[in-house]
Design a binder for this molecule. Structure first.
Ligand SMILES: C[S@@+](CC[C@H](N)C(=O)[O-])C[C@H]1O[C@@H](n2cnc3c(N)ncnc32)[C@H](O)[C@@H]1O
Ligand code: SF4
Length: 367
């Protein structure tokens, strides 16, 4: 079997749980220990006994990987470097929360080989950060950004969120202007999603929060206009990059390439199967320690499902979907073209500007 080329590691720890977040995460240090890091490395060993892992991309996500303490990070990096051949590695990303990175930790991460930091700023406005329940202030985000710059990460992404309750167009445009002035080479700008089973979702359903589609659309339009004018290409609905700084890991996942996910709740797509590990950190560590599998579910992806996913993810990218992949969906595509949501370009179908604003609905037409 060919080697697995894309590796994701889920670090489920956060300094504080955000009221809108639906990722599998936990607050505090109960399970944040050496045993957790050792379990992740053991899980990697088990996979490598069955199939080589020669990463082109590594993504440490979460949760908040920078929430790990310095000695835990050292153990993780040393363990990964001892196990993985890194001569084909083109991108090593790590997600960071501004409240959890000091200069010493930033240099350690850079020296370990991480090439790309994704900083969860969300907003440079203290009132918006308060609404989002973030642990960091705008001042802290600025100083963390400066620290990351000073240790020379080749690529820095800034995560932002818009359509936050109470956020005006002016506040959002000021967030965009500040980001552009700081000049990261990648910006992820996410429209707030009300995920089921979160405090935000409950506030929406109880009427405490109200959505306004027209307002959300104006914020999204402004995002495209401002970042586009500043030289960022919207290569995916929520992702904007300077040329050459697109996230190769995320592109590989969206293009349906195989990836191995380690850690609690992590997904893998391997040999036509979508596997998910258990969403329970202590249970994950216990299973690994006892030699049991941490897998909770395994779904076989048939050709039709793989194709649907390729079309849905493909349409979110600016390169779109090659027309010859459309098969039975040609009629849907023609209809969406007629109503101005899709257009043909160089043998592919791509979202129009209006289509980008309704991307989720367009994707669903192919499901
Ligand atoms: C998995 S989080 C990791 C980053 C880090 N934990 C943090 O929050 O700073 C990745 C990003 O997803 C985005 N995100 C999380 N929940 C979201 C939601 N409900 N709607 C939109 N974006 C969300 C945020 O921008 C966040 O930075
Ligand atoms: S810090 Fe990031 S991963 Fe953690 S709860 Fe907040 S949004 Fe979710």
């Amino acid at each position: 079997m060919p080697p697995v080329e894309h590796l994701y590691i889920h670090i489920p720890f956060c300094p504080k749980l955000c009221p809108y977040c639906c990722f599998y995460v936990e607050e505090g240090s109960r399970n944040k220990n050496t045993a957790f890091v050792e379990a992740v490395l053991t899980e990697l060993d088990t996979h490598m006994e069955r199939r080589p892992v020669v990463p082109r991309t590594i993504y440490l996500g979460g949760g908040t990987p920078t929430a790990l303490l310095t000695d835990q990070l050292e153990l993780l990096f040393t363990g990964l470097r001892a196990r993985l051949p890194l001569d084909h590695l083109v991108e090593w990303t790590m997600e960071a929360n501004p409240a959890t990175v000091r200069a010493e930790k930033a240099s350690l991460i850079r020296q370990a080989g991480v090439t790309r930091i994704s900083l969860g700023v969300q907003s440079w406005d203290d009132a918006t950060l308060k609404t989002l329940g973030r642990v960091h202030s705008s001042k802290q985000a600025h100083s963390t950004f400066d620290i990351l710059r000073s240790v020379d990460f080749p690529a820095i992404n800034v995560d932002l969120m818009f359509s936050v309750p109470g956020q005006s167009l002016e506040q959002w445009e000021s967030d965009l202007a500040t980001t552009i002035r700081l000049d990261p080479n990648h910006v992820s700008a996410y429209c707030l999603t009300y995920e089921e089973d979160t405090e935000y979702f409950r506030k929406l359903t109880s009427g405490k929060f109200v959505q306004n589609e027209a307002h959300d659309a104006s914020l999204f339009e402004s995002t495209m206009d401002r970042l586009g004018a500043a030289g960022y290409r919207q290569y995916e609905i929520s992702n904007h990059a300077r040329p050459g700084f697109e996230s190769r890991h995320n592109l590989a996942c969206w293009e349906g390439k195989e990836y191995l996910g380690l850690g609690p709740s992590a997904f893998s797509t391997l040999s036509g199967n979508r596997i998910q590990n258990i969403c329970d950190t202590a249970g994950y560590v216990a299973r690994i320690k006892s030699g049991a599998s941490p897998e909770a579910t395994c779904e076989t992806l048939d050709a039709a499902t793989l194709l649907k996913e390729r079309i849905a993810f493909g349409l979110r990218k600016d390169s779109g979907v090659p027309e010859d992949l459309l098969g039975n969906w040609r009629t849907e595509a023609a209809h969406l073209e007629e109503i101005g949501l899709l257009e043909r370009r160089d043998g592919s179908v791509v979202l129009t500007r209006r289509g980008r604003m309704l991307a989720d609905a367009v994707g669903e037409a192919f499901m």
